[in-house]
Design a protein around this ligand. Structure first.
Ligand code: G6P
Length: 611
């Protein structure tokens, strides 16, 4: 996805910009560029398609030095990944802008600005911003005043950085829906879309909030909030523990990654939600056109990613009314598949390099699918490169072999897909999208509440210390959550765990139930609750011990052999995401009690690049 770096300093900032872009490479992009106010008093830019190293070579061949500059890695949404669509975008020779996000009313603004005589040199939505600002500067000559006025006309999501040759002592920034952080130096200041980009130059950061506009000078940072009132934002000293490659205060990467979920889910949503709808363009420039033709979905994945796909099937069919099939990649790739007309092929993968998933995608291209979408965590992966559309999950590097934050960000991405397909196809029930967008915004907070169950789940883990087998039960979209819970437990604690749809219990697995076989159940408060309660009675009647993760409003309480752990109430559609958290914590604490190698369980690999 797009990345922004900016700097205002006494020293030459070109290498700082390039180093910053390199640090954002993991996010995925298809072109890169920078603009510098040079020592000769001009705004100059270099842009290249492909890697930041190409841009670096271009700057090496034609050097560019200055004390003020902005830089960008672009992941194409409006307009192909070409040099003329790469950022920064200019208005004349005076003004340069880089932008993350999507401007939804760009067509209307473009027509208006063309009418005013502005000439467009790209197909991007971003270019309207720079001309709009140039136009506003005619009546409001101060850059901050002009930016405050101009952004009021933008609909959609943006994180922006702006520089002007006429006011070359400052860098302007605006945030709405796409994150920006200011890096504070001594006699120099910086801007980026992710603090990782600035770790080379500072450890002190100020995070812009929604609607903020910032004027960043060498010695001073001024911030105005959405109402235009000057505000102070807290300065945060960076802690090593927050870095992905470091366990920090946590005993294991897995626990750290479990606790990162509110943050990474927030990141996955950023720039993708409009006021009451999902921004379909987040899936790529041709997404809306392609989605309009989709009549079926085929999902293919492995392991945890496959479980995310299974949840998505419930969502796609129940919310968007779109038939969906889900299959593990190693099966799909080797069988003769009959493809329904107008089927979108969706692959899900944390790494984007899983051999079977990749082979399935390559086969799919021969099979007459409508198009392919990759839901993936690694922007530079093979899966992303070879798919027509991509949605990156923004989980950041996941180190623990047992996938946690990758899974929940996949689920969030699949909910965005469900709503986008339903929106474009017009198959969502009235009000559903607006309600779920609202609930998605609250989701990071709700996940934080679920993480507060840590201590009680740790205590519950003791029930499993001497057990060798476990059953996991769920109904509806919670069945795949139970499958994922069982997978986590077997992966890291080596306890044999099986998941069943609760209704299947009496068709076989009930024969296994006795006092040595704990049964874990996820019980949100939905229309299947009463049926689930009956299933639990069947277990209790056979002496089985029950561990029930139940909605706090479900009216379930502890009893003999029944341990009920209250889970915060959440709208049913998002329950699979929330209920995943206590199950992750459960397997983690059981593994810790068993003394296994939590982050690198025996026999398993993080990325399975061989068959
Ligand atoms: C391996 C990992 C799992 C992962 C699976 C699929 O088995 O250990 O955690 O779910 O591969 O990986 P992918 O990168 O395609 O999501």
């Amino acid at each position: 996805m797009c990345g922004i770096v900016g700097a205002v300093a006494e020293r030459n900032i070109t290498t700082i910009l390039i180093e910053g872009l390199k640090r954002l490479e993991y996010r995925g992009y298809d072109s890169a560029g920078l603009a510098v106010y040079t020592q000769q008093g001009n705004l100059e830019r270099r842009r290249r398609i492909g890697k930041v190293s190409e841009l670096e070579a271009a700057v090496g061949a034609e050097p560019l030095a200055g004390n003020l500059g902005i830089a960008h890695t672009r992941w194409a949404t409006h307009g192909a990944p070409t040099e003329h669509n790469a950022h920064p975008h200019f208005s004349g020779h005076e003004l340069a802008v880089v932008h993350n996000g999507i401007i939804e009313n760009h067509e209307e603004l473009r027509e208006k600005l063309k009418g005013l005589g502005y000439v467009f040199s790209s197909e991007t939505d971003t270019e309207v911003i720079v001309h709009l600002l140039a136009h506003t500067l005619k009546s409001l000559p101060d850059l901050a005043d002009a930016l405050k006025a101009a952004v009021k006309q933008l609909h959609g999501a943006y994180g922006l950085a702006v520089i002007s040759a006429k006011q070359p002592d400052r860098l302007l920034a605006a945030r709405s829906g796409s994150p920006l952080v200011i890096g504070l130096g001594h006699g120099e200041n910086f801007l980026a879309s992710d603090q990782l980009a600035l770790r080379q130059v500072t450890d002190r950061f100020m995070y812009l909030e929604e609607g903020d506009i910032a004027e960043i000078r060498r010695e001073q940072v001024t911030i105005w909030d959405v109402a235009g009132t000057q505000v102070q934002r807290e300065t945060v000293q960076y802690h090593e523990g927050a870095e992905a490659a470091d366990k920090g205060e946590y005993r294991h990467f897995m626990l750290k990654e479990i606790h990162e979920q509110p943050t990474v889910v927030q990141r996955t949503l950023e720039g993708r939600l409009g006021k009451d709808h999902v921004m379909v363009q987040a899936f790529g420039p041709q997404a809306a056109e392609l989605f309009a033709k989709v009549r079926n979905v085929q999902i293919v994945a492995c392991g945890t990613s496959y479980h995310a796909g299974m949840v998505a099937r419930y969502w796609l069919e129940s919310l968007a009314g779109i038939p969906c099939q889900v299959e593990v990649a190693s099966e799909f790739r080797y069988r003769k598949v009959v493809v329904q007309p107008d089927t979108l092929f969706v692959s899900i993968s944390q790494s984007g390099e899983t051999a079977d998933t990749l082979a399935a995608l390559r086969n799919a291209k021969e099979l007459g699918f409508l198009g392919s979408l990759a839901i993936c965590n690694v922007g530079i992966s093979s899966l992303v490169r070879e798919s027509d559309l991509t949605l990156l999950t923004q989980a950041g590097p996941e180190i623990g072999v047992a996938s946690t934050k990758a899974f929940t960000t996949q689920l969030v991405s699949l909910m965005l897909l469900t709503l986008s397909l339903g929106q474009v196809r017009g198959t969502l029930a009235a009000g559903v999208e607006a309600e779920l967008v609202e609930e998605l915004r609250r989701l990071p907070t709700r996940l934080g509440e679920a993480l507060a169950m840590d201590a009680i789940v740790e205590k519950t883990a003791e029930l499993f210390a001497d057990k060798h087998h476990t059953l996991f039960l769920g109904r509806g979209a919670q069945f795949p959550v139970a499958m994922e819970g069982a997978l986590k437990l077997k992966e890291i604690s080596y306890i044999h765990a099986e998941a069943y749809p609760a209704g299947e219990l009496k068709h076989g697995p009930l024969a296994l139930v006795d006092s040595d076989m704990p049964v874990v159940t996820v019980a949100p408060n939905n229309e299947l609750l009463e049926k689930l309660k009956s299933n639990l009675q069947e277990v209790r009647a056979r002496g089985g011990e029950l561990i029930v993760f139940a909605d706090e409003q479900a009216g379930m309480s502890n009893g003999e052999g029944t341990h009920v752990i209250a889970v915060p109430h959440i709208i049913d559609a998002l329950a699979p995401i929330l209920y995943t958290i206590p199950l992750q914590l459960l397997s983690y604490y059981v593994a810790v009690l068993k003394g296994t190698d939590v982050d690198q369980p025996r026999n398993l690999a993080k990325s399975v690049t061989v068959e």
